[in-house]
Design a protein around this ligand. Structure first.
Ligand SMILES: Cc1cc2nc3c(=O)[nH]c(=O)nc-3n(C[C@H](O)[C@H](O)[C@H](O)COP(=O)(O)OP(=O)(O)OC[C@H]3O[C@@H](n4cnc5c(N)ncnc54)[C@H](O)[C@@H]3O)c2cc1C
Length: 437
């Protein structure tokens, strides 16, 4: 009788999970162990691209990866489903029934056995319980939300264009973005890049002056992860584009077309986007009895194993990992998810070989913020640059782009990855600069 294979289940095929599933599949899949990736979507798009998808300057169809084909290539199995619960005693996860937009059930509730489970389900924007945010603001947590934002943005632009053609004075597209972190800043700039191009795509009288973008930040300055000087450079760039940046401005309520602030002010907006920090996914507390922090993230030990269960690892935005000697948890970033995936890959190998898992070591390579083609600012960290080095301009842009290239190589391997990077360059030349549908 053949020996029962060890079953490793990875839930969430995002920045961390997809890289891990590929590595596990390539190393153990088919022959030794059964590797299963579960995701609630059928395709993967790298989350840091979502602001470009939302503004229309990137066609997500070209950059998406279908899990089915990827799984077949790399020797793991893909299961389409949304994690509903974890039964630690039985060693199983259950996925929720999938229902199509007409209410018809596509797949029923399903249970999958695991020997080891890796949770990589990402996070959501923190609404801090502020009234109206969930109901009336939009988010950039997944591709469908970026698509919804783009459709609404285009409709508002078409409306403003028509009003201008009809002679209505002062036609505007008013957009309020809440959260002065990387997502809010990058989206603000990307909107102006898109608006500059719209005139060439049929909106004859539309120009970027028609956009009225307000960026609200509760803290005293934008981009708290960057040095103050770089953050100030970013602010000046945004203001030069026409973005109204308001710091120390706390939002207290969101209604369908108005954002109200604590100082008694209000911002009228056709579109409201909420990008104010990261917390654990909704409903995570009901999924299992794994210990969570106050933001609903799974608390892990330095080995990235849940503090509640040695057989369960958690990586990326869904994990709360504070390393010894550090006061703050690892920040929710793509580079952290990538590094955690590598550690869990090694630790699973060690555990299955009867060796002790090793602690995660986080290497902060710096932070970069891209303001579309207008500017890129950030800092690089490491021995090569002698500690911390502030960078701007072309070098920063190249470093920013290389992050995505590294992700492409990590999920496709060198050969296909390099080919896809070249194809991406060709597409930039031959494809339209804006996605208008
Ligand atoms: C607009 C934007 C710009 C960003 N820019 C940068 C940047 O420049 N640099 C940087 O380092 N970071 C950036 N980030 C943050 C970065 O994207 C995240 O830190 C990173 O994606 C986290 O990776 P992850 O694997 O933990 O989760 P994710 O990449 O979010 O992946 C989570 C996966 O889990 C799946 N999933 C979720 N719930 C379930 C469920 N219940 N069942 C099954 N599957 C589920 C999702 O479909 C998804 O595929 C940006 C984020 C955004 C939104």
């Amino acid at each position: 009788m053949s020996k029962k294979k060890t079953q490793i289940v990875v839930v969430g095929g995002g920045a961390g999970g997809l890289e891990l599933a590929r590595k596990l599949g390539a190393r153990y899949g088919r022959k030794q162990h059964d590797i299963i990736l579960v995701d609630r979507n059928r395709t993967h798009i790298w989350k840091p691209l979502l602001h470009e998808v939302a503004a229309g300057s990137l066609d997500a169809n070209l950059d998406e990866v279908g899990y089915g084909g990827h799984a077949a290539r790399w020797g793991y199995r893909f299961f389409y489903g949304s994690l509903e619960s974890i039964d630690r005693e039985a060693g199983t996860i259950t996925t929720a029934p999938l229902v199509d937009p007409d209410g018809e059930e596509v797949l029923g509730r399903h249970t999958i056995r695991y020997d080891y489970l890796v949770l990589a389900i990402g996070g959501v924007s923190n609404d801090f319980g502020i009234p109206g945010v969930r109901e009336h603001a939009m988010f950039l947590e997944q591709r469908s939300q970026a698509d919804t934002f783009r459709h609404k943005l285009l409709n508002a632009c078409f409306r403003a264009n028509l009003e201008s053609m009809d002679g209505t004075p002062g036609a505007k597209v008013q957009i309020c973005i809440v959260g002065g972190g990387a997502t809010g800043v990058e989206l603000s700039a990307e909107l102006f890049n898109a608006a500059k191009g719209l005139r060439n795509y049929g909106l004859e009288v539309f120009d970027e002056n028609t956009l009225a973008v307000t960026l609200l930040e509760a803290g005293p300055r934008i981009l708290p992860a960057l040095d103050e000087e770089l953050a100030q450079t970013a602010r000046s760039e945004l203001e030069a584009l026409g973005v109204e940046v308001r710091t120390s401005t706390q939002v207290v309520e969101v209604t369908p077309k108005v954002v109200r602030t604590k100082d008694g002010g209000k911002v009228d907006a056709d579109l409201i986007l909420w990008a104010a920090g990261v917390r654990g996914a909704h409903g995570v507390a009901a999924m299992s009895d794994l210990e969570l922090n106050r933001l609903g993230q799974f608390i892990v030990r330095p080995t990235l194993q849940s503090v509640s269960d040695d057989r369960i690892f958690c990586i990326g935005d869904c994990a709360s990992c504070t390393l010894p000697g550090s006061e703050r948890p690892i920040p929710p970033r793509a580079q952290a998810a990538h590094q955690m995936a590598e550690t869990v890959f090694r630790n699973l190998g060690r555990i299955m070989a009867g060796r002790a898992p090793q602690d995660f070591v986080y290497r902060d390579h710096g932070s970069l913020v891209s303001m579309s083609r207008f500017a890129t600012v950030g800092s690089l960290m490491g021995n090569l640059v002698g500690g911390r080095m502030a960078i701007e301009g072309r070098l920063a842009r190249m470093a920013y782009r290389s992050l995505y290239r590294m992700h492409i190589l990590a999920i496709h391997g060198w050969f296909k990855g390099t080919a896809l990077i070249v194809i991406g360059h060709v597409n930039q030349i031959v494809r339209p600069r804006l996605k208008l549908h």
